[in-house]
Design a protein around this ligand. Structure first.
Ligand code: GLY
Length: 555
C-alpha cells in the first residue's frame, strides 16, 4: 500500500501527469439514486462519462421534475481525458421570437408575477434534448438511444414518491392542479400522493422513445415540436415552430481561473457563476484564510461575495446579446482594486458601493458530477427554474415546461419571484438566453481533481465558493456537500446562515464588525461532488445529506 503510494507520488512529481494516468474507477453523484444508477448502467455498457451524463440527465428529467427536465435546460461542463479538451455545452432556454421587453408588465407598469412564472407564457424554448443529442453526437461512445434507455424504463415502470419530491409537490400543488395533464401525472385525486406511491410517466417514456429513434429533430422540428407548439399556444403561449427549429446548442469556452495552485474550470456566461467565482477567488487569494478565526474568515469571504454579486447585477447577461466584460471582471488587477476597498475589520454597507442592488432567486435546479475510469469528467447543472417550472404540461407529453423567462429582468431594477433584479444586460429580447447562476465546476491540481456544483438559485455561486474553499482545505466530497452554509449577495445587505453555520459568539463577532446576520431555520442546496486523488488513486464521491434521494456511488 505504502509502496504504491510512493510510486504514485514519484510518478506525479518526477514525470508530471502521464497521459495514460487514469482513475480506474468511476464515480457519480446526483440528486436521485435512480439517476446515479442509470449513469453507472451506461458506463457498464461501455459508455464514457459523457454517455453517463446523458443517462443521469434523462433519468433526473423523469424522477426529479421539481428541478430539471426536458422542458428545461442546463449547462454541461465537459473534460475529455485523452486530450484535455474542455467545453461548456450551453443548453440554456431561449426566449421565443415574439418575446418583448415588457411582456410581463401590467397596464400600470407593474410586473405581472403570475404571468412571468406560471403557465405557457413563462416558458423559454427548452434546450435539454438538444444538448443531450449534441453530447451523444460529439463526445459519447454510445448511440443516444442507449443512453436514454434507463430513463425510458424508469418513466414506464415508475418511481416511488420520496420526501423532497413530496414536499416540493406540496408547494406547487395548487398551480399543478390548474393544468389537467400535470394534475394527472403528479397528483392523486387532486392531492399530493403519499411517500412510496409509484408515479409512472408513460407519455414521457413515449417522447423519450421518439427522441431515441429519431434524434433531437423530432423534438425541435417534428411531431413533438408540433405537439408542444400547439399545446403552448392553446393556453396563451407564444411559441412557434420557427422558435423550436431555431433552437441551437452553443459550445462555450469555460471560465478559467487559478487559486492556490489549482486551475478552476467553471461556467461561462450566460451563467454568472464562473465570473463571480473567479472574481471572489481573486479577491481572496492573498489572504491566509485557513489561519484566521471563523468571524474574520467569514467577514473577508462575505466582502468578496458582496462585490461579486454587485457586478453580477450590473454586467452579466447573454454574451450573444450583451457585451459582458469577462476579461476585466476576472482579472487580478480588478480584484486588487476591489480588495483594496475592503476594511479587514468592518463590513462595507452595500449601499456604499457604486451600482445597484440584487436580492435572491430560486432554490430549485439540480446538479450532478461524473468521472469515469478513464478520467473523463462531467459537471452539470440543469434546471426548469422554480419548483416544477411553470407547472404547465402539454397534454400527452409527460413533462412540465420551464419558467426560465423569469430569470430575465422583466423590468429594470424590479425584483423577480425571488427578489432578483437585473438591468439592460439581462432584459428580455427575442431568442436571448436568460442570465443564470448555475455554476458547474471542475478543480484541477497535480494532486487532486474535484468536481462539484449545486442547485439553489443565486446562492449556487456562494455554495460553490464554500465547496471550493473546503476542497482547498483538503476535505473530501462528503464534507464539501454537508458543510454548513452562509451567503451574502450584496442586497439585501445581510449574511444569511444555516442554523449550524456559526456559534452565537461568532454571530456576535460578525455583528460587531457591522454585519447583519440572519440565522435561518432552513437549509439550502443539494450539492453532489466527486474527487479523484491522483496521489493515492482514490476516487470518492459525496451527496448532500440535505436531500433524502441523492446518491453517490463509486464503482
Ligand atoms: N433558474 C436558475 C438559474 O438558472 O440560475
Amino acid at each position: 500500500m505504502m509502496r504504491t503510494l510512493w510510486l504514485s507520488l514519484l510518478l506525479v512529481f518526477a514525470l508530471g501527469v502521464s497521459a495514460d494516468e487514469r482513475p480506474g474507477k468511476a464515480a457519480i453523484a446526483s440528486a436521485h439514486y435512480l439517476a446515479t444508477e442509470a449513469g453507472h448502467e451506461v458506463l457498464a455498457a461501455g459508455g464514457n462519462a459523457f454517455d453517463a451524463a446523458i443517462a443521469v440527465s434523462a433519468a433526473l428529467a423523469v424522477v426529479e421534475q421539481t428541478s430539471s427536465g426536458i422542458g428545461g435546460g442546463g449547462f454541461w461542463l465537459l473534460h475529455r481525458a485523452e486530450d484535455g479538451f474542455e467545453v461548456m455545452v450551453d443548453g440554456r432556454e431561449q426566449a421565443p421570437a415574439a418575446a418583448t421587453r415588457d411582456m410581463y408588465l401590467n397596464a400600470d407598469g407593474t410586473v405581472n408575477r403570475e404571468l412571468a412564472t406560471t403557465g405557457p407564457l413563462a416558458a423559454g424554448i427548452p434546450g435539454e434534448i438538444a444538448a443531450l443529442a449534441h453530447i451523444a453526437d460529439n463526445y459519447g461512445r454510445l448511440p443516444l438511444a442507449d443512453s436514454l434507455a434507463p430513463a425510458i424504463r424508469i418513466a414506464r415502470e415508475g418511481f416511488p414518491v420520496y420526501e423532497k419530491f413530496h414536499t416540493m409537490l406540496g408547494w406547487s400543488q395548487q398551480h399543478i392542479a390548474r393544468w389537467p395533464a400535470a394534475r394527472e401525472a403528479f397528483l392523486l385525486d387532486g392531492e399530493v400522493p403519499p411517500l412510496g406511491h409509484v408515479i409512472k410517466l408513460p407519455d414521457l417514456a413515449r417522447v423519450l422513445e421518439r427522441v431515441a429513434e429519431g434524434g433531437a429533430e423530432v423534438f425541435y422540428e417534428g411531431e413533438i415540436a408540433q405537439q408542444l407548439v400547439d399545446g403552448v399556444r392553446a393556453e396563451g403561449g407564444i411559441w412557434t415552430m420557427e422558435d423550436m427549429a431555431a433552437y441551437t446548442v452553443v459550445e462555450r469556452e469555460p471560465i478559467r481561473t487559478r487559486y492556490q495552485g489549482y486551475e478552476l474550470v467553471t461556467a461561462a456566461p450566460p451563467s454568472s457563476g464562473g465570473v463571480a467565482i473567479a472574481e471572489m477567488l481573486n479577491i481572496l487569494d492573498p489572504w491566509p484564510l485557513d489561519s484566521l478565526s471563523t468571524p474574520q474568515r467569514t467577514h473577508l469571504i462575505v466582502e468578496a461575495m458582496r462585490r461579486a454579486y454587485r457586478d453580477r447585477a450590473i454586467y452579466l447577461g447573454d454574451p450573444d446579446f450583451t457585451e459582458v466584460p469577462v476579461a476585466r471582471l476576472t482579472s487580478r488587477f480588478y480584484a486588487d482594486g476591489l480588495r483594496a476597498g475592503i476594511n479587514p475589520r468592518a463590513a462595507t454597507p452595500s449601499m456604499m458601493l457604486p451600482g445597484n442592488d440584487l436580492p435572491w432567486e430560486s432554490d430549485d435546479t439540480t446538479h450532478f458530477s461524473v468521472i469515469d475510469a478513464d478520467g473523463n469528467i462531467v459537471s452539470a447543472t440543469l434546471t426548469v427554474n422554480l419548483s416544477f417550472g411553470n407547472r404547465f404540461m402539454v397534454p400527452g407529453t409527460g413533462f412540465v415546461l420551464n419558467n426560465e423567462m423569469d430569470d430575465f429582468s422583466a423590468k429594470e431594477g424590479e425584483p423577480n419571484a425571488f427578489g432578483l433584479i437585473g438591468f439592460k444586460a439581462n432584459a428580455i429580447e427575442p431568442r436571448k438566453r436568460p442570465l443564470s447562476s448555475m455554476t458547474p465546476t471542475i478543480i484541477k491540481g497535480d494532486d487532486r481533481i474535484g468536481v462539484l456544483g449545486t442547485p439553489g438559485g443565486s446562492r449556487i455561486i456562494t455554495m460553490v465558493l464554500l465547496g471550493i474553499l473546503d476542497f482547498m482545505d483538503g476535505q473530501q466530497p462528503e464534507h464539501w456537500v454537508a458543510l454548513p452554509r452562509f451567503h451574502h449577495q450584496y442586497v439585501p445587505d445581510r449574511i444569511s446562515a444555516e442554523p449550524d453555520a456559526f456559534t452565537p459568539e461568532e454571530v456576535a463577532a460578525l455583528e460587531a464588525m457591522g454585519h447583519t446576520v440572519e440565522v435561518r431555520k432552513g437549509r439550502w442546496g443539494n450539492m453532489h461532488g466527486v474527487l479523484w486523488n491522483r496521489l493515492t488513486g482514490e476516487v470518492s464521491a459525496g451527496s448532500d445529506p440535505r436531500s433524502d434521494a441523492g446518491r453517490a456511488i463509486v464503482r
